[in-house]
Design a protein. Structure first.
Length: 591
């Protein structure tokens, strides 16, 4: 809704041919000042668009500088057809300036040109973020974000979910990342924590009798930045459902995400139901639990072919193979660069391969590569069948420990596909990763620990916890992955107190520990907790994918930089001794 006032009669982009001959007033920022042989032009920009203002009286330009905020009134004129600008909505008209009011002066030199801000160093952009956001390319990301969040809210409400809030000041909880701690003034030596997720509160909503909940939830984790992870805070479409199964959650996620991606992108989007891939299969076939299914390459298990092999790098190792079609014609430098990547960036000891050529003397294939001399005919034939080799293919070999080989193979699969240009950029490919292991061994201590969310329901319930090897127990845990980016994790929650106590006991927690650390859930589950399940797709990552941005900070209005600093306001900052005393904190000097 627009309301005319003393600064403007309409937005800049609404000045059109129907206004020709009328006096209008517009307000915005001076995007550019141009001198065309004694006639001056100003490009005026507001949030909605741009309009050209012509100045025949140069005195009206006094004090006018780029990026000052102004209100200009004048008569709308038809432009000469030869000067039409089809790049803007108002390109057939201009305003002849009659009055100029400078509303906000510019008293310093601009640190960068507004329309070039995306090309400069990020730290300078973030320091002057209010200028960076004037760049339409930057600002439009934030407008787009608003539109996506509005749609998500509308869709969830349409599906019968209540938008409910959960507290920001909460308690420290072992959820996998470092907490942000807040000292208490009133309770000496005690701390609040910012929530890493609304996990416990949303479960308590279900115990309280609310059937379906959602919120656009802020989450706070003291983690290092990545391209797809913002340090400090991020937002999730958090939702939870009572009396729900895993498939119920999937149905909601499929409807919401497929409609969101289809509405805000022209790319092809996976149709429901999304592909379900068990965790173990994902690690074998793609080398990661967040596979990019646009990449056609798959990984094959080859370890059994090299038991007691004469080739020492493969002997009794975990060996994976990746068939790359039509790659044999690549240059020597291509293969050398891939080997350099494997050694210098991935950390592998080397990267073996051979090319598949036409066979001779009755042989179907000939393998051209240094590894071939270590193979016998049985191995050659098995490799051809298992990897479905054809002439012109290349077969890469990745051999390492049981822990490292899958991860290394996944990185090579991704990098080869990128360099070959075979990743289909025209679509969004979504899938569920399911059947995560409930437990794993801690690498440092050798003790059994939770793999994911400790509040997940083990598959098989109490019987599995009592009778199975903990490392063989699967959980009702699941992730949503889109184009190789983890969008969401979720689970069917453990709502049974006996199962929860036993599950934590296996991970080394006594019932007293559970009651002490998770007292709210422990006590709530004594009073008829319903089965419940949910998940939380990441809003920032979703928008980053939709916009095709490589950094998540491009879709956040005021992000911390990669070093977790707020360069606009200067956080983190020192505080006064009085402030520290009030919360009973003494800062120790680092040695």
């Amino acid at each position: 809704m627009f309301r005319e006032n003393e600064y403007r009669t309409q937005y800049c982009n609404k000045v059109g041919e129907t206004d020709i001959g009328k006096t209008v007033r517009v307000a915005g920022w001076v995007a550019n000042i141009r001198d065309h042989g004694g006639i001056m032009f100003v490009d005026l920009r507001d949030m909605y668009g741009e309009v050209q203002v012509v100045f025949h009286n140069e005195s009206l330009l006094d004090g006018l500088h780029k990026e000052c905020a102004v209100s200009i009134s004048g008569t709308v004129l038809k432009r000469d057809e030869s000067t039409y600008n089809d790049k803007i909505e108002t390109g057939t008209v201009e305003i002849e300036a009659e009055e100029v009011r400078i509303l906000g002066k510019v008293s310093e030199n601009l640190p960068f040109e507004i329309d070039e801000s995306k090309k400069i160093k990020e730290d300078l952009r973030l320091k002057y973020r209010y200028l960076d956001l004037r760049n339409p390319k930057v600002r439009n990301n934030i407008i787009f974000r608003s539109q996506v969040i509005s749609f998500l809210r509308s869709k969830m409400s349409e599906m019968g979910f209540l938008e409910l809030q959960t507290p920001i000041l909460s308690t420290s909880s072992p959820e996998g990342a470092r907490d942000y701690l807040i000292p208490s003034r009133k309770h000496h030596g005690k701390f609040y924590a910012l929530p890493q997720a609304p996990q416990i509160f949303k479960q308590i909503y279900m115990v309280s009798g609310f059937d379906k909940y959602f919120q656009i939830a802020p989450c706070f984790r003291d983690e290092d930045a990545r391209a797809d992870r913002s340090p400090g805070e991020f937002y999730q479409l958090d939702f939870e459902m009572s009396y729900a199964t895993q498939e119920d959650v999937f149905a909601v996620a499929e409807e919401v995400l497929s409609e969101t991606f289809a509405k805000f992108s022209d790319k092809e989007v996976s149709k429901a139901p999304f592909c379900r891939i068990p965790y173990e299969e994902a690690m074998l076939t793609y080398g990661t639990d967040k596979p990019d299914l646009r990449n056609p390459l798959v990984i094959k298990e080859l370890s059994d072919l090299f038991v007691d092999s004469d080739f020492k790098p493969f002997c009794n190792k975990t060996v994976r193979g990746i068939r790359v079609p039509k790659m044999a014609s690549q240059s020597k430098s291509f293969f050398k660069n891939m080997e350099d990547y494997a050694v210098n960036e991935v950390g592998m000891k080397g990267l073996g391969y051979f090319k598949v050529e036409e066979g001779e003397g009755g042989q179907k294939f000939k393998y051209n590569g240094p590894i071939d001399k270590f193979l016998n005919d049985e191995q050659r034939n098995e490799l051809a069948d298992r990897c479905e080799l054809e002439v012109g293919d290349v077969l890469y070999f990745i051999a390492d420990t049981k822990k490292n080989a899958p991860k290394f193979a996944g990185q090579i699969r991704t990098e080869v596909a990128k360099r070959m240009g075979i990743i289909d950029e025209s679509r969004f490919e979504l899938c569920f990763i399911v059947d995560f292991p409930m437990y794993e061994l801690d690498e440092e201590t050798g003790k059994i620990i939770f793999t994911h969310n400790p509040f997940s329901m083990p598959q098989g319930g109490l019987d599995a916890l009592l009778n199975k090897n903990p490392l063989d127990i699967l959980a009702y845990q699941y992730d949503i992955v889109c184009n190789g980016v983890e969008l969401s994790s979720g689970a069917v929650r453990n709502h049974d107190l006996d199962i929860m106590v036993k599950a934590f006991e296996i991970a080394g927690y006594s019932e007293e520990d559970v009651a002490g650390k998770f007292g709210a859930l422990y006590n709530a589950f004594k009073f008829g907790a319903p089965p419940h399940a949910g998940m939380a797709p990441g809003v920032d990552r979703m928008i980053m994918l939709l916009l095709g941005e490589e950094s998540i900070r491009e879709v956040i209005a005021f992000p911390l930089n990669s070093n977790a600093q707020d360069l606009l306001l200067g956080a983190p900052t020192e505080v006064t001794e009085q402030q520290l005393r009030e919360v009973h904190i003494k800062v120790r000097k680092q040695n």
